[in-house]
Design a protein around this ligand. Structure first.
Ligand code: F6R
Length: 263
């Protein structure tokens, strides 16, 4: 697991965007796994800038989103469909047919989730999955207790997640209690994972995920089982990591090896 610690949210966003852009430039038909929430906003802003100013081309990119609230229509202002449209898709040259987000209005959840998994598999699998982390250590909406082998399915949100997400709704009672989410197993199938975590509120979840035991009680701890993970953290989110200085040292060494290799 690579742990990259940068000064602040902007640097974390730029770092994550540069990793995603590199993937798209080396594989123009890359399959991206995408997340919503406050965390990836800066990354999407930077990807849009790269599209406009540096010809980053999304015309062959395909995407699969992690999750969607159950019961919200795609045009609901708080749906993740709307979030993605407003914060990324409408501002780059991605084709609507190449975008996949769970359907919050599906009548047959089980069949829908099986088809979602099948579509990911048929597309060749996710090349790079972007992730945020909940304060309870969730990935997607895989709340504590989710099986580390779980697949796309309906999950009940914890009270803490409902409260955390209430900031996007006019009142807490409006926050859906259920969501369709990729499972932890689905996420672990992606070839590469990037987790972004910033701010002090995420420090404990980050510590438990990176340096704690692997447990279904902190689903992001399953990242420890994946061979290709980059955790991009700001100083505040990394403050409880006991090996923080070592992670910084590793990155410094890696940089010097890379620059020597370039000479
Ligand atoms: C959203 C998602 C969630 C968020 C997490 C953090 O698609 O998968 O796991 O990444 O709840 O949310 P923010 O970024 O708003 O703190």
């Amino acid at each position: 697991m690579r742990v990259v610690i940068v000064s602040d949210y902007d640097s974390a966003s730029k770092k994550a965007a540069s990793i995603i852009a590199k993937e798209i430039r080396s594989k123009p038909n890359a399959i991206l796994g995408l997340a919503t929430g406050s965390t990836p906003l800066g990354t999407y802003k930077e990807l849009i800038r790269m599209h406009k100013k540096e010809n980053l081309d999304f015309s062959r990119v395909r995407t699969f989103n992690l999750d969607e609230y159950y019961g919200l229509a795609p045009n609901h202002p708080q749906s993740y469909h709307r979030f993605m449209e407003e914060n990324l898709f409408s501002k780059v040259n991605i084709k609507a047919a190449n975008v996949h987000i769970p359907d919050g209005l599906t009548k047959d959840v089980g069949a829908f989730c099986r088809r979602y998994e099948e579509k990911i598999r048929r597309s060749g699998g996710i090349d790079i999955q972007l992730l945020g982390i909940g304060r309870d250590g969730h990935l997607g909406f895989n709340e504590p207790g989710s099986s580390l082998g779980s697949r796309t399915r309906l999950k009940t949100l914890t009270e803490e997640t409902v409260r955390d997400n209430a900031r996007f709704f006019s009142k807490t009672e409006d926050v859906p209690r259920l969501a369709i989410t990729m499972g932890v197993g689905t996420i672990l199938d992606a070839r590469k994972l990037i987790l972004i975590a910033t701010g002090e509120a995420k420090a404990e979840a980050v510590r438990a995920s990176i340096e704690g035991s692997v447990t279904a009680q902190v689903t992001a701890s399953a990242l420890q089982l994946h061979p290709s993970v980059i955790c991009v953290l700001d100083e505040a989110a990394s403050q409880l990591l006991t090996k923080r200085d070592y992670y910084k040292y590793v990155e410094k060494i890696a940089e010097s090896v890379e620059s020597e290799a370039r000479i």
